[in-house]
Write a protein that binds this ligand. Structure first.
Ligand SMILES: NC(=O)c1ccc[n+]([C@@H]2O[C@H](COP(=O)([O-])OP(=O)(O)OC[C@H]3O[C@@H](n4cnc5c(N)ncnc54)[C@H](O)[C@@H]3O)[C@@H](O)[C@H]2O)c1
Length: 382
């Protein structure tokens, strides 16, 4: 199959910028993809961060400290932007208005106002594909949960639980960084960091909370700087949101956990759907395992546990007998984005990256969650 090149600029050469570049470098892992990304330019305010890219990718012809230098380049089709949250609105709006396709990192603006600015730019450029990064539903188990529900196996929903759990912040000696400061990470704290991941599948299944009661915790109030001096650590570490969802004229509870201090958890993303006819659960803690239960009145209540084959949205060279991991999910998300850039609505499989509308709803929910916690009340979203 002849490949259609998507020429990328990367803005933000940190942790996630490198994950994207690594996915590009093993694009040969994917079978039969029409689209093929190529990194032609990189930008980072700290030029030293760009050196890893230039030493690994001979295709890079431009390196700059100023993102505007990338936007004027006609040879760039699309941009991956992975920078601190306070920069999202300025950079995303400029990228979109320059007519470049954009995969932007979550939370898609540091707050609701910033997110609205991004949405305004999107409304001016319907020709540009804009998506928000959220890779974890691309685990085969995540996609299986989605299919199980969409096929109508659940019946009346009893409840839904979803969450994303980390634990490295349990260590109070972990140094402060931009992700622990309100000025750069935002008032949402852990919700802005982890929330799009938690809500991607529920929102895609049509489960929009209509209200929320949130409890937020700031467990470690000071952290060391590089020189050892203690400075305020202002952001919320943990958030528990209890929501009501109305679907098919039936109301059910949905609880959403976003925690940076969940002892023992290391990037645990999970979703559990309990229904009167069928239940399903998946967690990246046991990345091969899918648990389902189909129930008929009076029948057995027996969970079935399946070791999932490596069955990804986009087929790869990896055999079914092997297992799937984080960098595979990143590769699959990028395959979906590039497929959509090249094929639009005729993309090869139906699960798209998170949409700007989904990201916008997370802002509505997290703003309501902040209010709920501040006032100690349930806040309506409708
Ligand atoms: N999808 C995921 O799983 C995931 C995981 C972690 C982070 N993220 C998101 O990715 C984004 C970046 O996070 P990260 O962990 O890669 O951060 P990082 O700190 O590792 O990298 C950010 C990079 O941006 C650069 N930068 C700062 N200001 C800049 C500017 N004005 N112009 C150009 N570059 C600039 C920094 O020098 C740094 O190299 C955030 O939105 C974060 O929420 C997503």
């Amino acid at each position: 199959m002849s490949k259609k090149k998507v020429r990328f600029g990367v803005i933000g050469c940190g942790l996630m910028g490198k994950e994207f570049a690594s996915a590009v470098s093993r694009w040969c892992h994917l079978l039969d993809t029409e689209a093929e990304p190529q990194i032609v330019a990189v930008c980072d305010a700290n030029l030293a961060a760009a050196m890893w890219f230039t030493s690994h990718f001979p295709s890079i012809r431009h390196v700059t400290k100023d993102y505007r230098g990338l936007l004027s380049l006609a040879e760039i089709d699309a941009i991956y932007c992975a920078v601190p949250h306070h920069l999202h609105a300025e950079l995303y709006t400029a990228i979109i208005r320059a007519g470049k396709h954009l995969l932007g990192e979550k939370p898609f603006g540091i707050d609701r106002l910033a997110n609205e600015q991004v949405l305004e730019a999107i409304s001016e450029r319907p020709d540009v594909v804009v998506r928000c990064s959220s890779e974890l539903p691309f685990f085969p188990g995540g996609l299986k949960v989605y299919d199980f529900v969409r096929k109508g196996n659940v019946g009346k929903v009893i409840e839904v639980e979803a969450g994303f759990l980390h634990s490295s912040d349990l260590n109070p000696q972990k140094p402060i960084n931009w992700k622990r400061r309100i000025a750069t990470n935002g008032e949402y704290g852990c919700m802005g960091d982890l929330g799009m991941h938690v809500l991607h599948l529920p929102l895609r299944l049509g489960w929009k909370p209509r209200n929320v009661r949130a409890i937020l915790s700031n467990l470690v109030e000071q952290r060391p700087e590089a020189d050892g001096s203690l400075v305020p650590c202002e952001t919320w570490d943990n958030a528990t949101l209890l929501c009501e969802v109305k679907a098919d004229s039936h109301v059910f509870p949905m609880s959403l956990s976003m925690k940076r201090i969940a002892p023992g958890h290391n990037n645990t993303w999970f979703i559990r759907v309990l229904g009167m006819e069928g239940s399903v659960e998946f967690s990246t803690k046991n990345p091969k395992e899918l648990r389902t239960m189909l129930y008929r009145p009076g029948g057995e209540q027996a969970w079935r546990t399946e070791d999932l084959p490596y069955a990804s949205a986009y087929p790869t060279i990896t055999g079914n007998i092997f297992e799937f991991g984080f960098s595979d999910a990143i590769l699959q998300m990028w395959a979906a984005f590039c497929d959509e850039v090249v094929n639009g609505p005729n993309m090869h499989q139906p699960f798209t990256c998170a949409t700007p509308q989904e990201a916008a709803f997370t802002h509505q929910l997290f703003s309501a969650a902040l209010e709920s916690h501040r006032k100690g009340v349930i806040v309506n979203l409708e």
